[in-house]
Design a protein around this ligand. Structure first.
Ligand SMILES: [Zn+2]
Length: 154
């Protein structure tokens, strides 16, 4: 996925000052420290590239079939929501040996002090129960197109 010109405003890029990690009902979460407009880049996800998918913790962001990004705070603590207000977008690397930068981009207007959430969109084999509390909650943390494949266990 690439960032479409005009869809995001890079000049507003500040990547740690506009958010804060706080305790919340799910443990920790990322909260906006100001009003954020739809389409704004909230920050760049920094972290470690890991290549062993069996060792990748749940919160890793898939870069391709092999590599994942193990994010550092603050975006390590982004929680899932079935109706998210942000999403991860990777840029188009200008060099073949570089991984895409991963941005957190607002897909809705976000209020000051509102929690910032993304849709983890996990594959069905990784699905766990979702407690996001959204009226549109799918009941599972799973990709929208795979939710019909979830077979509830015990
Ligand atoms: Zn949910």
């Amino acid at each position: 996925m690439s960032i479409e010109e005009g869809a995001v405003r890079v000049e507003h890029l500040t990547w740690t000052h506009d958010v804060e990690v706080r305790d919340c009902s799910l443990g920790k979460g990322v909260f906006a420290l100001r009003e954020i407009e739809m389409g704004e880049i909230i920050g760049i996800v920094r972290g470690q590239i890991v290549d062993d998918e069996n060792e990748s913790p749940d919160y890793c962001i898939e870069m391709d079939e092999i590599y994942s990004l193990n994010p550092l705070p603050p975006f390590r603590f982004l929680n899932h929501c079935c109706s998210p207000n942000a999403e991860f977008i990777g840029d188009e690397p200008d060099q073949a040996d570089r991984f895409p930068e991963v941005y957190v981009v607002a897909i809705k207007g976000i209020q000051d002090n509102e929690e910032i959430c993304v849709d983890y969109a996990w594959p069905v084999e990784d699905a766990i129960r979702c407690e996001c509390g959204s009226p549109e909650c799918r009941g599972w943390i799973v990709a929208n197109e795979e939710v019909h494949k979830v077979v509830p266990g015990d």
